[in-house]
Design a protein around this ligand. Structure first.
Ligand SMILES: [Zn+2]
Length: 153
């Protein structure tokens, strides 16, 4: 599966969520925030997975990941902040929607327009409208595809 938007998306994210300005939170706050996402708002309204496992490796060089096998979120120390959790939980919701649609997984890129649309709605719901609008503007600037008609703001 090609992932054409990934590097542009990372640049667009960094323009809004400065990598040096991440507000890191404790493991228990991360778990609280993940549980909040599962129980209320956009993720919950769209029937996202009810059970999410999370692991917190101590090695900073690891990537933050969502793995559909085992519904597993991996958050190394640098990734313990709301915006990274929202990014990874957007993958979880995107995969969930994918599984409920015929052949979705074969045709949808990991960071394609469906993911980017879900991600903007997640940022709107769990951070703020202001930041969601800034991120949308950044998506436009970096030429990232998403579907404006499917945004909730
Ligand atoms: Zn991603």
């Amino acid at each position: 599966m090609r992932d054409n938007q990934i590097s542009k998306l990372y640049r667009a994210e960094d323009a809004v969520f400065s990598p040096n300005g991440r507000k890191l939170i404790s493991t228990s706050k991360c778990n609280e925030f993940i549980n909040k996402i599962i129980r209320q708002g956009y993720y919950n309204d769209n029937g996202g997975f009810r059970i999410i496992r999370s692991r917190y490796p101590k090695i900073d060089s690891q990537c933050a990941t969502w793995n559909l096998t085992g519904n597993l979120l991996t958050l190394p120390p640098w990734a313990k902040c709301k915006q990274v959790i929202i990014h990874e939980m957007s993958h979880a919701l995107c995969d969930h929607i994918a599984m409920n649609r015929h052949k979705f997984r074969e045709t949808v890129e990991p960071h394609g327009k469906e993911f980017c649309t879900i991600y903007l709605n997640m940022v709107h719901c769990y951070i703020s409208k202001k930041i969601a609008l800034e991120l949308e503007e950044s998506f436009t600037k970096f030429g990232i595809k998403y579907t404006r008609a499917n945004l909730n703001f």
